[in-house]
Every structure is written in C-alpha cells, then in structure tokens.
Write a protein that binds this ligand. Structure first.
Ligand SMILES: [Ca+2]
Length: 225
C-alpha cells in the first residue's frame, strides 16, 4: 500500500494537470494557425471486424466520397459565388489597427481559394458575414465553406436578401454540422424550398460562444436559377 502522503501528492498532481488543460486556449489566431491535423476518417463498418487492409480501403473510400461530394458542389451549374462581402468583425481590427489582408471579408469573394475571412471573437457575442451575388435567383440552397471546420458548430442563422433589400430568415438554431474530417474544408449546407423571391444576398450569423475559437469562411455559394 502506498503512503497516504504519496497518494495525496498524486491526486493533487492529477487535479493540477486537469486544471492546466482547461486553461489552455483551444485555438491559436487563425493568421498563423496551421492547417488542422488530418484525422483518420471514420470507417463505415466496426473497426474490430475489419482487417487492416479493409480499414485502409474504408478510409480511402471516405476520402473519395468527400472528393466526389466536393467536386459536385464546386462545379454545380446552378451555383454562383459571392461578388461582394462584409463582416461585423475582422481578426486584428481592434485597438485601432488595420486588419491584415489575410483575414478580411473580401477573401470570401469568388470560388474557394483557401483565402479566408477570420472574425475577431473566440467566444464573445455574435458575428455576421454578409455576401452579395451578381445574379439574383430563386434559391434552393446555401453552402458555406469553412476551413478546418473552424466555427461550423457555431453557425446560428442563415438569412436571404431579396431584390428589394428585405431580409428573410430561412434557418436559425443550433448547427448539427461538425468538422468534416475527410477533407480540409467543412461544407455547411442548408437546403430549403425554392424561394418565391429572387435572392441577391446571404447573411450568416455566428454565435461565438457555441464553439470557442476564431471562425473562418473561405467562400459562400448560392444555389438557384
Ligand atoms: Ca476565399
């Protein structure tokens, strides 16, 4: 049996370790953040029943499925990319400083290009990103490309703007979308019944406290005709 003092010391070390972990920041500023580590994709069948070769094939199948999904989205003939963008905050825009070009909202304009908007709040309040489109359409879907899934769980509202400038909420709630570990981009996709009005703008609202860390968006695609 261990000496009681040794046990007490062990326990206090454990508690200290647990506390220390909690205090560590979850995310470093996106400006310098490396791409998230690629986690193995979840295999379709229980891993214990598969041979190593089968597991490897299942992993490759998941990667292929992601590639197929993304290719379909990126080349969707009914999809268009934003031509204008603005946001409620930009990483580094406090203290009277001009934010770096690598974080500004205009990085959301155009097709996915791995240049992103980064917000300036990890857990405080709400932020929004508003994008405009050249051709107003009767819309059926909005797709938001979120690098590394940074903030995908915190998306809280999607609004569509008609050609008169009126905003319509098409979804609000708690995002059920989680980081897609099969690829570097997580697609937040929201489908809805085709709008009777033509859509010229999309606004995404993020509840920062729902998923701590800086939020990033690469591009926003509007689907319709
Ligand atoms: Ca971009």
């Amino acid at each position: 049996m261990k000496h009681p003092a040794t046990i007490a010391l062990l326990m206090s070390t454990l508690i200290l370790t647990a506390c220390h972990k909690k205090e560590q920041p979850e995310v470093t500023p996106a400006a310098t953040a490396p791409a998230p580590a690629a986690a193995p994709a979840a295999a379709a069948a229980p891993a214990a029943e598969q041979t190593a070769e089968q597991q490897e094939m299942a992993k490759k199948q998941a990667l292929l499925d992601y590639g197929t999904m993304e290719d379909k989205y990126l080349n969707d003939p009914k999809g268009q990319w934003a031509t204008a963008a603005k946001a409620s905050s930009t990483f580094g825009d406090d203290n009277g400083k001009e934010p770096s070009e690598v974080n500004v909202a205009k990085n959301v304009v155009g097709a996915s290009d791995d240049r992103d908007w980064t917000n300036n709040n990890q857990d405080k309040g709400f932020d929004w990103l508003e994008v405009g489109y050249a051709k107003p359409v009767n819309a059926t879907e909005v797709r938001v490309i979120i690098p590394g899934g940074d903030g995908v769980e915190a998306v809280n509202k999607v609004e569509l703007q008609d050609t008169d400038g009126k905003w319509n909420t098409i979804w609000t709630g708690i995002s059920e979308v989680k980081q897609d570990r099969r690829g570097n981009r997580t697609w937040f996709v929201r489908s809805f019944e085709k709008t009777a009005y033509k859509v010229k703008g999309v606004k995404i609202t993020i509840a920062n406290n729902v998923q701590h860390g800086y939020k990033r968006v690469d591009a926003v695609q509007l689907i319709g005709e």
